[in-house]
Design a binder for this molecule. Sequence first.
Ligand SMILES: NC(=O)c1ccc[n+]([C@@H]2O[C@H](COP(=O)([O-])OP(=O)(O)OC[C@H]3O[C@@H](n4cnc5c(N)ncnc54)[C@H](O)[C@@H]3O)[C@@H](O)[C@H]2O)c1
Ligand SMILES: [Zn+2]
Length: 369
Amino acid sequence: METVRVQLTERSYDIVIQKGLMDQMAKDLSSIQEGRQLVLISNDVVYGIYGEKVKDQLEAEGFDVYEYIIPDGERYKSWEMASQILTKMLEHQIGRDGAVLALGGGVIGDLAGFVASIYQRGIAFYQVPTTLLAQVDSSVGGKVAVNHALGKNMIGSFYQPKKVYIDTETLQTMPDRDWKSGLAEIIKYGIIQDEALFRYIQENIEPINNREESTFAWLIKRSCEIKAQIVAADERESGIRAILNLGHTLAHGIEAITEYEYFRHGEAVAAGIQVIAEFAAEQGLLAQKDKEEIQRLFNELNMQYRLPKMPAAMFMEMLALDKKNQLGQMVLILPEAIGCVQKTTTYNEEHMRTFLMEKGYLIDVKGDN
Ligand SMILES: NC(=O)c1ccc[n+]([C@@H]2O[C@H](COP(=O)([O-])OP(=O)(O)OC[C@H]3O[C@@H](n4cnc5c(N)ncnc54)[C@H](O)[C@@H]3O)[C@@H](O)[C@H]2O)c1
Ligand SMILES: [Zn+2]
């Protein structure tokens, strides 16, 4: 069993990683959670595979389990769904000593965490992330949110779980695209901060493609450590936490233009990292050789995503929105070497537009302005 501690003073918590952890989790939870009411939030796909088992074990430990199973999909990470769950929690008279347990990927974790953060001003929250992306990224750091018609993750809060239980066995049932999506965030950690992690991935292409348990246990632990350390230094993203956004400015644009239907988040991130590495190389910041290594790694993992040609005006609108969210500056995270990035505000939307036009990623559509 591996444990990663997320150090956030009185909000510190442990992430426990182990194969088969789901079978022991209820006992551990029972030893730290006093209240007996447990709100289990999941979706129909994940609950269909793991739900009964988890519920039975929780009940065997004496918990009263209230399960709220929602349909699968990003569109259900919504205010309406949060509101429905909150209503049911009130109807069931969940008390302030109750807790929310998220069983699922990032969609469930973000939604359940948001619900836990506002129900009676906040009740205990636990996570059982079941996708690679949720295990290495969304369950670490306390960002919880729902989407709004006017923007993704626009309604949310910072709310840390009490504990995160990662059962690496759940990865075996994950669809391939979601698997790769999580891998993109792991590669990101290597590029921003840990050359050794990047090299490890380079040297373990086959075990990774075969989803070998031991390889993944290490990758997940290392990823959680890196994110935990960055989050501990800057919980509310006023400084260093921004480096986690490598490739994300472009990814958010790509996702929004394709209405979140065409790409998984990590697929868009993989594409975003490759494009930004190209940009950094053109600016003379990143050595050509490093850029090629980054591209080769994505290639070997079959993660070369072809970007659709994006209408320039629409993309510029997305960049403007992103800039607004960054308090009026376009903040770019640029790779300088493998394991090292810089945060810069030197470039503006026009630089980006020119570059993307030249590379053929953006096109002027008739009637565009
Ligand atoms: N809070 C954060 O810091 C943060 C960071 C990154 C991403 N996110 C959010 O995470 C979400 C994406 O998360 P995701 O990639 O996990 O997507 P997801 O939650 O939609 O899960 C992907 C798919 O896999 C299925 N699934 C989950 N676990 C499975 C399993 N073990 N076996 C079989 N199928 C399984 C799900 O039902 C779904 O169809 C987005 O909403 C994104 O905004 C949040
Ligand atoms: Zn991401």
